[in-house]
Design a binder for this molecule. Structure first.
Ligand SMILES: *Cc1c(COP(=O)(O)O)cnc(C)c1O
Length: 495
């Protein structure tokens, strides 16, 4: 299987090269040239296997330059009991006869980013071997919270890698900051940047594109790379859990082979729901893909009108990981829906860069309507949904998951669709204690990690073990830099 750039089909490379590079040099996203097909027998077989084996079998269809044994070893490391506090890694929680919740936050940082970031470092290490790379890869991350911690946790002490994370000094939650500055690992570094997330992100991009820094670092034996969701090595592990959820429903007699299942996904950069789309294209019986946004509803408008327009106010919400106006992974969807027409995709992306806006063809509009339904949930709706699930089902969900649950209900009301629907839970409620407490009618007492106890005392829901362990943990990192000093921080880190 070869990988192509969405902006130039002539650029072809192996899976290992695509993982190592992260992003194509022409700015396009590296995407598989064909989508492998699965059938009933494949699903039947998978439904009898544990999550790790399911992951190896699905990923082997795409990464043909990795062996299935190799991928199984990675999956055992990624999703085993050392890392995941649930034996199924990605279990379903049954709400009622036609509704299930897919819990993706049982990993080390209590956010769904672990599902991919426990796997990516292993794929990358192997890619270095497979491509004969002798340099050490340094991953640079600008984070608004979840990605930085999950990436550090994944890359900590992985040979031939280092990782440096920049976060906005006053732009992450107390729990998120505590998670980052207490990170273990000899190869990790963390630095607060005076400014907001865009400042941190702009600094990282500047370092990536600076030929002098690259050359200096190459001389010291380092290569820079990225761990954000444009890397194929982050999308592929996410395809697995949609197929796995279907297999669990089959195994438990909730559906029959061939029955359709809808998935409702809380969406930001469009990585998670894109993985669901690939599962559908592989032949998994999927009905609608319901794309749930918060008050930043650019995707809702896009799916309804075919016009993508990022020229609109940016809202800071209680589901911060979905506060995003440019969803990078949409580019892979457009590439597929246009019949892999690289020139067409390039046109859309040029229009987005120039005027912040593009309109897709009639063919793509029809295909979008067929596969997707878009909706958004505002702040009040998010709180009400948390309260309702807690009161009616005794089930505590976080703010991002609540957006999905709220939009799923709108979808059902509007369409009358009774199809089995799985909504995706992307974070533990303990990562967003303050807003979850308020939603269930409690005033938060204190801030940061103190709220873990308050939420636990109120609800009795177990605190994820690593969040609980953070309370006694010493701060390891205390570095703060101005924007202009970020280059120096990196050069110092990679001495
Ligand atoms: C990253 C994130 C999302 C959004 O996922 P995308 O793949 O960017 O669409 C949703 N919820 C949480 C908790 C996240 O961390």
């Amino acid at each position: 299987m070869k990988y192509l750039s969405t902006r130039d089909r002539r650029l072809r490379m192996s899976g290992a090269e695509a993982v190592k590079l992260g992003l194509s040099r022409d700015g396009g996203l590296l995407t598989p040239e064909t989508i492998p097909q699965i059938d009933g027998a494949f699903l039947e077989d998978l439904s009898k296997r544990p999550y790790q084996e399911r992951a190896a079998k699905v990923m082997a269809l795409y990464l043909t330059d990795y062996s299935e044994e190799e991928l199984l070893a990675f999956a055992n490391n990624a999703y085993g009991p050392d890392k995941y506090d649930h034996p199924a890694a990605a279990p379903l929680w049954k709400v009622d006869g036609s509704t299930h919740c897919l819990e993706l936050w049982h990993g080390p940082t209590s956010a769904f980013k672990d599902m991919a970031l426990q796997m990516l470092p292993q794929l990358l290490s192997a890619a270095l071997r497979k491509t004969g790379e002798d340099k050490t890869v340094c991953i640079l991350v600008a984070t608004s919270g979840d990605t930085g911690k999950a990436a550090m946790e994944g890359f900590a002490d992985v040979p031939q890698t280092k990782i440096m994370v920049f976060y906005p000094k006053d732009g992450v939650s107390k729990v998120q900051e505590a998670q980052m500055v207490t990170q273990d690992g000899a190869n990790v570094g963390v630095c607060a940047v005076v400014g907001n997330f865009d400042d941190a992100q702009a600094g990282v991009k500047r370092i990536f594109s600076d030929p002098d820094i690259r050359e200096t670092l190459a001389g010291r034996g380092y290569l820079l790379s990225s761990a954000n969701s444009i890397n194929w090595g982050r999308i592929l592990p996410q395809v697995v859990y949609y197929i796995s959820a279907y297999c669990d429903l089959l195994r438990d007699g909730e559906i029959k082979m061939g029955d359709k299942v809808n998935f409702c996904v809380p969406t930001g950069n469009f990585g998670d729901i894109l993985a669901a789309y690939y599962a559908k294209r592989m032949g998994l019986p999927v009905g609608k893909l319901i794309c749930a946004s918060n008050k930043n509803d650019v995707l809702t408008d896009f799916l309804r009108t075919g016009v993508y327009n990022k020229n609109r106010p940016f809202h800071t919400t209680m589901s911060p990981s979905m506060d995003i106006l440019v969803s990078s992974n949409l580019e892979r969807l457009l590439f597929d829906l246009s019949g892999e027409n690289d020139a067409e995709v390039r046109g859309y992306m040029e229009a987005l860069n120039a005027g912040g806006k593009y309109e897709v063809s009639e063919t793509i509009k029809a295909a979008l309507k067929d596969a997707f339904w878009g909706g958004y949930c505002d702040e009040a709706g998010t709180s009400e949904t948390i309260a309702r699930y807690y009161k009616d089902c005794g089930y505590l969900i976080d703010t991002h998951t609540a957006v999905a649950a709220g939009v799923m209900e709108q979808y059902r009301k509007e369409t009358g669709d009774k199809t089995m629907t799985v909504f995706v839970s992307t974070a533990s409620p303990y990562k967003f204690c303050d807003n979850v407490l308020r939603a269930i009618g409690e005033e938060p007492q204190g801030d940061g990690v103190e709220l873990l106890d308050q939420l636990h005392e109120k609800t009795g829901v177990a605190v994820p073990r690593r969040l609980a362990a953070m309370k006694g943990k010493a701060r390891r990192f205390d570095l703060t830099a101005e924007k202009a000093e970020m280059d120096g921080v990196v050069l110092d880190f990679l001495k």
